[in-house]
Structures are given as C-alpha cells and as structure tokens.
Design a protein around this ligand. Structure first.
Ligand SMILES: [Ca+2]
Ligand SMILES: [Ca+2]
Length: 201
C-alpha cells in the first residue's frame, strides 16, 4: 500500500489533511492520521483534522493506510506550520500623575501643568483637565500644557490628567488643587512705577 502527497489546510489551531486513496484500495481497511509519532485518529475516508494545535508552530503530520490484517503502509508525511498567532489585545490601562504645579499651590498668570504617564505598550496622548474639563493635550513625552489662569475665576480649582493608549484604555491621574489668585491691581502698579520714572525725568 502506498499513499500520495497530502493536501492540507492550516488554521491557527488545526490542520485539515486530505489524501488520495491507496493504490491497494481493495485491501485497505482505513487510514491513520498522526501528529509526530502520535496516532490522532483513524478513518475509512480520505480526510482528517489534527486539532488542538498552537498558532505559529511547525508540526510534522503523517497518514498511513492499514489493512484488515494489521499491516500498515509507510507513512506519507508533511511538515506544516499553523497560521501566525493574532496580535495580543492590550487591556492594560496607562497610569498618569500630575507633576506640576504642586498640590495646594497658589498660581497666577500662565502656569505649566506637567504629567508623567506610562503604559505597557505606549502612551498615545495625555489630556489635561481643569475642574474635570479637558483644556489641553500633548501626544509626546514629556507631557505638558499651559493654563492661562486669568481666564478662570480666582479661587480653588482642580487640575488633572488622563492618559490614553492605542487600544483606547485610559488612566486618570489623581486631581490636585490649586488656588488661582490673580490680582486686578497688577496693571495699576505698573502704571505707578512708570509714573514715578516719569517724575524723575
Ligand atoms: Ca496599555
Ligand atoms: Ca510633549
């Protein structure tokens, strides 16, 4: 008994095999399908499936024919690789922390808000939040933006940050509190200085 070449079709976890009937068809009782030296299944037909395989891995599969007396043909073997494993899905959220200004600080004019952000794959964006509303963003480390505090009311405000990764996971930093204390008299004092200078001349 002899078998011809094996036809095959691989998925990520299985390989389907097909073969032509043995030339000695009259005496064939069935066929054995092997993964390496291990017999996977026997069949009277001319197709078989080897399942439970690992993606992206090479296997040596084989088929032989046997007759009713326990005689087997030489194995017809084939080397086959299962399909590449799918890319792993990133389910780990980034972490973020605001690094400036200091919690509890008093701020005036234009201030820099900076943040650290990390991710198991990569941070794609950091959004900066004032009182929970995004007011700036940065897509490259180091992460920072500027806040013009003259556009907000004097008093206590929260500053936060939210980091994103490419899979859409987000990590939100703990808010810090800063007190905005812009003085409305600042332009007046400049005028006073100018006035004094004028008097000298
Ligand atoms: Ca991630
Ligand atoms: Ca940056």
């Amino acid at each position: 008994m002899t078998l011809g070449a094996l036809g095959l079709n691989a998925t990520t976890t299985s390989v389907s095999l097909s073969w032509s009937a043995s030339m000695d068809n009259v005496g064939v009782a069935g066929y054995g399908v092997y993964n390496g030296v291990d017999l996977v299944s026997t069949t009277a037909g001319t197709t078989g499936i080897v399942g439970g395989l690992v993606c992206g891995t090479n296997y040596t599969l084989a088929v032989d024919a046997f007759d009713g007396s326990g005689n087997s043909s030489p194995k017809s073997t084939v080397m086959v690789a299962t399909l590449d494993c799918p890319a792993p899905v990133d389910t780990t959220a980034p972490t973020a922390a605001v690094t400036a200004p200091a919690n509890g600080s008093t701020v005036t004019g234009t201030v820099n808000e900076t943040a650290n952000a990390t991710d198991n794959v990569g941070v794609t964006k950091v959004e900066f939040l004032r009182d929970g509303v995004m007011y700036g963003q940065d897509t490259t480390a180091p992460y920072s933006t500027t806040l013009d505090t003259t556009t907000v009311t004097n008093g206590s405000h929260t500053l936060g940050a939210r980091a994103y990764d490419a899979a859409g996971n987000t990590g939100t930093a703990a808010n810090l509190t800063a007190t905005v204390a812009n003085s409305a008299s600042t332009p007046t004092s400049n005028l006073s200085t100018n006035t004094r200078r004028c008097r000298k001349f």
